[in-house]
Design a protein around this ligand. Structure first.
Ligand code: APR
Length: 340
């Protein structure tokens, strides 16, 4: 199930549970703790008073009261002292314990702030890595949608700073929309030949990239429909078998939820979105050519006039198939995320 990054105020998140970066007293404070208490109202503090505090790395649950969520899970992150006092394990424990409480409370969706990355001084990029690794490990065995809510500029920059080489790759390839005006594009292509009903006459093509076009002969539409290629779904399931994956392994790696996968499994003619096709290509670790082939079968193509497509191409040509890492990059470049 998906791990997603969102830019938001966590008190606005409409999820089953939000996580609060609290302190040991659980009696409120500044930062996200203060925002959550203000938004939830006085009843939250009243319930916190009954909890008897919380140890670092541990977590406790209250109701959400005036917040648009059912629960608030309060966890206490470690204060950063340079990384030699077990801070990483304590921070990881905050995410793990919060997720365990969420699962035990039948939550299907949870939103985290970047715990300890504010007042407690944990370096943001490292705090993000710990969060992603811990949440990803949990999602291997649990179906839940987990959001990491990035709030301040520094956190966004922490996500973006990890992807400088992606920016260079984009700069080298990105065809600015303004350059590719409709007029110039139309002028570069021959006008389509007149089509006679019942016969499909292909558009002339200059490039040798479609050798079958040269061998193409006039046929009736019925002939062509008899020669339909393998569909997207057929290629997907063939690749799952070839890779020796189970359906569950495939859709979890793709960050796709079970319901969507079941739709494709039960309806071979199902038309997935472009991001979904790409998510499966990543999960199956397809080459760039195989990815283009799978996209074509679903009616899509990769384009250098799309930053999203160039980022995907970057990760594939560099053999990097971690969907969460790709989503961090997509998030950092303000693009739609894979999965969910
Ligand atoms: N929504 C989402 N994220 C937020 C929000 C918000 N409304 N407000 C702050 N954040 C982000 C911060 O930008 C930071 O990245 O939450 C992250 C955690 O920062 P802090 O709230 O300072 O929490 P932390 O570093 O864990 O320190 C906890 O601060 O507020 C006190 O009582 C709290 O003593 C405890 C300490």
């Amino acid at each position: 199930m998906p791990l997603l990054f969102v830019r938001n105020d966590i008190t606005k998140m409409q999820v089953d549970a939000i996580v609060n970066a609290a302190n040991k007293t659980l009696l409120g404070g500044g930062g996200v703790d203060g925002s959550i208490h203000r938004a939830a109202g006085a009843k939250l503090l009243k319930q916190c008073l009954t909890l008897g505090g919380c140890k670092t790395g541990e977590a406790k649950r209250t109701d959400g009261f005036n917040l648009p969520c059912r629960y608030v899970i309060h966890t206490v992150g470690p204060v950063w002292h340079g990384g030699q006092r077990g801070e990483e394990e304590l921070l990881s424990s905050c995410y793990r314990r919060s997720l365990e409480i969420a699962a035990a409370s039948d939550c299907e969706s949870v939103a985290f702030p970047l715990i300890s990355a504010g007042v407690y001084g944990y370096p943001r990029a490292q705090a993000l890595d710990v969060a992603v690794r811990t949440i990803q490990a949990f999602l291997q065995t649990h179906d839940m949608t987990v959001y990491i809510v990035l709030f301040d500029r520094e956190s966004l920059q922490a996500a973006a700073s990890k992807f400088g080489e992606v920016q260079a790759y984009i700069n080298d390839r990105y065809v600015q929309q303004a350059e590719l005006s409709d007029e110039r594009y139309r002028a570069s292509r021959p006008s389509p030949k007149r089509r006679t009903w019942g016969q499909y006459v292909p558009r002339e093509t200059e490039d040798a990239a479609c050798p079958t076009a040269a061998a193409f002969r006039e046929e009736t539409l019925d002939d062509l429909l008899q020669q339909l290629d393998e569909s997207f779904a057929q290629m997907l399931f063939r690749k799952i078998d070839e890779k020796g994956l189970t359906d569950v392994q495939c859709y979890k790696r793709a960050n796709i939820d079970r319901k969507l996968f079941s739709k494709i499994r039960s309806n071979p003619a199902y038309k997935p979105g472009k991001q979904t096709v790409i998510a499966f290509a990543i999960a199956l670790e397809l080459s760039l050519e195989e990815t283009k082939e799978m996209l074509l079968k679903a009616g899509y193509a990769l384009s250098h006039s799309s930053e999203f497509d160039i980022i995907i191409e970057f990760f594939i040509v560099h053999g990097k198939y971690d969907v969460t890492e790709i989503n961090e990059a997509l998030f950092a470049f303000d693009q739609k995320l894979l999965g969910a």
